[in-house]
Design a protein around this ligand. Structure first.
Ligand code: SF4
Length: 400
């Protein structure tokens, strides 16, 4: 069975980047009922356009409707599901049994995927979802390698596994920290990520006196999980029969989506062709995009203190994202600028095959052909460098 690389699409541009860098499918959300209220997300018209684009390229797309719904949601949900049906997505990702019932009652003919948010941790539950008519289950991120193997041996359901991205401190998403601290419900797409904040201890008769829980000049991050990275275990998971490999991150940047998708594409292709992936090179590429340091989470055992980042809640990355190539011909590269570039700088351009070249940006022109000394974000420029680059290639600056 061929496997699927499934990438996040926070908006149309990120969707195109994911496809350019090798995703077989993307998941995205409409403006409501998904779990990333802060992501760009898609209007119905945008979704329609997105699915036409995906299908024209032979790719798939799944829509997240994975909130835990309240009674008052169902009237709008009913209309929304019928509207989605017209758009022809390849799957709908849900968590709530009530939404599943509505899909069946309304005869919405879209394959149903059970979200990781539903916390499916065993094959009895998976086989029950199958009896109910689901097509795929996204496993809870808290399962170990042995548990995933046992699941695969005991079901013929399509299994999807998260292989890369942010983790929750609670069982995937079943968390009320955000509700409790900011009155914003993580189970309705409004998480404010309080698990990443600094915490101190305060004795109740000494208001304003904050005691560090773990000594550090900026406080402590007692809930802050490192990001999941199963790069070196993709071969294992393919052998077990996992169908789909999911990358988290609908709120992440174009550079993140492109690089992470490209890295996992390369691993899957290398393994399928019997080649040994260059894990060191690929890991360095993963280190070059935003991350909170990496962990294998529960995959190689119980998550413990080594799975957490107590030092900082900030993302780390060793590159800045400066632009995307839009066209290239005759040694002239038209690019969309995403960050200031000074004329004369030595930068890197990473193409879809993950080949990175060092280029001196000494002749940058505006679209009128006038030379510029520096670029401004969100404008298009021409780099006259005598080399052509693939559309979608990323312009990056390594931090020294
Ligand atoms: S606060 Fe953190 S652990 Fe809780 S739902 Fe949000 S991201 Fe997940």
């Amino acid at each position: 069975m061929s496997v699927e690389l499934l990438s996040p699409a926070g908006n149309f541009q990120k969707l195109k980047s994911a496809i350019d860098f090798g995703a077989d499918a993307v998941y995205l959300s409409g403006k409501s009922f998904g779990l990333r209220a802060q992501a760009g997300n898609f209007s119905l018209e945008e979704m329609d356009e997105a699915f036409k684009y995906l299908h024209s390229k032979g790719k798939k797309g799944y829509v997240t409707v994975n909130i835990y719904a309240r009674n008052y949601d169902f009237k709008d949900l009913k209309n929304y599901l019928h509207e989605l049906k017209e758009i022809n997505p390849d799957g709908i990702i849900i968590s709530d049994l009530g939404i599943f019932k509505l899909i069946r009652d309304e005869k919405i003919d879209i394959p149903v995927h059970i979200s990781t948010q539903a916390n499916t941790t065993n094959y009895y539950a998976i086989n029950m979802w199958k009896e109910l008519g689901a097509k795929r289950v996204v496993l809870a991120r808290e399962l170990s390698r042995d548990e995933i193997r046992e699941v695969c041996e005991n079901t013929d359901m399509e299994i999807e596994v998260f292989v890369h991205g942010a983790m929750c401190i609670s069982h995937s998403g079943r968390c009320v920290l955000s509700n409790y601290m900011t009155k914003r419900d993580a189970n309705r797409g409004e998480c404010t990520h309080p698990c990443r904040w600094n915490y101190y201890l305060m004795e109740e008769t000494r208001p304003g006196e904050y005691f560090p829980i773990f000594e550090d000049e900026r406080g402590t991050y007692i809930y802050n999980s490192k990001d999941l990275c199963l790069l070196r275990y993709i071969g294992d998971l393919i052998d077990m029969g996992v169908k789909s490999f999911k990358i988290e991150g609908r709120m992440k940047s174009i550079m993140y989506v492109s690089v992470v998708t490209g890295v996992y594409r390369k691993v899957i292709d290398d393994l399928s062709a019997g080649r040994t992936p260059d894990y060191e090179y690929l890991q360095n590429l993963l280190n070059s995009v935003s991350n909170r340091e990496y962990t294998t989470g529960f995959y190689t055992g119980f998550a413990d203190e080594t799975s957490m980042n107590y030092k900082t809640s900030s993302y780390v990355r060793n590159t800045d994202f400066l632009g995307v190539v839009k066209e290239s011909d005759g040694g002239k590269v038209i690019f969309e600028c995403k960050g200031k570039i000074n004329s004369g700088e030595t930068l890197h351009i990473l193409d879809k095959n993950l080949v990175e070249q060092e280029i001196i940006f000494d002749k940058i022109l505006d679209l009128n052909g006038e030379r510029v000394e520096f670029t401004k974000p969100n404008r298009d420029y021409i780099l006259d460098c005598g080399i052509n680059f693939q559309k979608g290639s990323l312009i990056r600056r390594y931090k020294v």
